[in-house]
Design a protein around this ligand. Structure first.
Ligand SMILES: [Zn+2]
Length: 179
């Protein structure tokens, strides 16, 4: 299920609501991986040349959503920003962002301590960025790479659509209640 962190602090039914950890890719770390490690990480999860982020963007666009990419003004440079929904979407790689309990998050046997530390720092930074965004009144949605595997992709994307609609309506409901 799609994880969604609301700036309104209101739990939404039907959606896995919690302080979704999101974890930021570091290109520099990527470069340090051997070619094998890298392709092992990636090919397990998706077909070649299918960027997870691109899948999400294409879907959103086809559903009529309009967005900006990698907005540099927001904490963590969110991958996709939907201003109208005041929502930032992060598409996270399971390894680099340390997807908790995910079978695609497996530390390499060699240099395990190095990777553990590295990924823990990524997670820490992700948590900070999500918190900052919430403080600025932004909703955040984290889509994990493993949620975009062909078998579950459709369900994930539909859930994303549903979540965005919910956010939109919920925000307006709150405004009309207090406005
Ligand atoms: Zn995962």
């Amino acid at each position: 299920m799609i994880k969604y962190l609301s700036s309104n602090k209101i739990p939404l039914s039907g959606i896995n609501f919690d302080g979704a950890d999101r974890h930021r890719i570091q290109d520099t770390v990527m470069d340090k991986m051997t070619k094998e490690q890298r392709s092992r990480c990636m090919s397990k999860i998706r077909g070649r040349d299918t960027k997870p982020e691109l899948l999400v963007r294409k879907y959103l666009f086809s559903r009529g959503y309009r967005y900006r990419l990698n907005s540099p003004r927001l904490p963590g440079k969110p991958d996709i920003v939907l201003r109208k929904y005041r929502t930032a979407i992060f598409v996270n790689g399971c390894f680099w962002h340390g997807h908790e309990g995910c079978r695609y998050f497996v530390l390499p046997k060699s240099n395990a301590e190095f990777w553990r530390g590295k990924i823990e720092r990524n997670r820490e930074r992700d948590r900070t960025e999500l918190r900052l965004l919430a403080e600025m009144g932004w909703h955040t949605i984290v889509v994990w790479e493993c949620q975009l595997r062909p078998a579950v992709r459709r369900q994930t994307l539909e859930s994303l659509d549903y979540t965005l609609n919910h956010i939109y309506l919920e925000d307006r409901r709150i405004i009309s209640r207090f406005g």
